[in-house]
Design a protein around this ligand. Sequence first.
Ligand code: SAM
Length: 231
Amino acid sequence: MSALPPPEEKAAAVRSMFDRISPSYDRVNRIMTLNADQRWRRALVRKLGVGPGDVVLDLACGTGDFTMLCREAGAEAIGVDFSGGMLRAASARHGECSAWVQGDALALPIKAGTFTVAVSGFALRNFVDIAPAMRELARVLKPGGRLGLLEVDRPGNPIVRFGHGMYFNRVVPLVGGALADRQAYRYLPQSASYLPPQDELVRILVDAGFHRVQKRSPMFGAIQSVTAIRR
Ligand SMILES: C[S@@+](CC[C@H](N)C(=O)[O-])C[C@H]1O[C@@H](n2cnc3c(N)ncnc32)[C@H](O)[C@@H]1O
């Protein structure tokens, strides 16, 4: 049975789902990925060369992992998310109230050319439409600004894909349902179907104003780590 909301209800359904699971989000994430999620974020922050002098937007920041890793690397960073629950969890966990801004990825409350770097983790499949979100990222980045996107993916190798499918489609809903919220952790694997194929994502990014799009595939292709440069 589908756990995906109808298109006209997606934004409200996604926001209330993340409000609901915000208290347990970090714990369940770490358990599900065996702590690897922070390794993937760190690798992307390193690849983007985030450091002192950078001003970073963490789009759909959730509980703020990327924001804090960028701050640890010496950059200024803020996180934007439309879920009040996730932002309260970020603030409770890290403090730094000024870092957390409530806003919609499709209409960011931020002026053009503000950031040198933008990152976004595990958010693309939650947007109602990916192209306008990428156009917003291009708008708020300075020319030459660096973009980094982290998302789930489908492994290319059929054997790995089978094992990954069993884990993602069967174990994740069971464990997530037991530890947090049944409906949310049924949505999680199914929401991967919203992700465009690689060529389509590249086209969306190029149309939005990016070039030099590159993709890495950690975890045998179960994760995609995409970088691009604002033209
Ligand atoms: C799976 S969580 C990822 C959180 C965090 N980036 C991470 O790496 O753990 C997806 C986040 O996207 C946020 N989100 C989804 N659609 C959004 C939108 N249109 N505008 C802002 N935030 C959005 C959700 O509220 C949620 O916090």
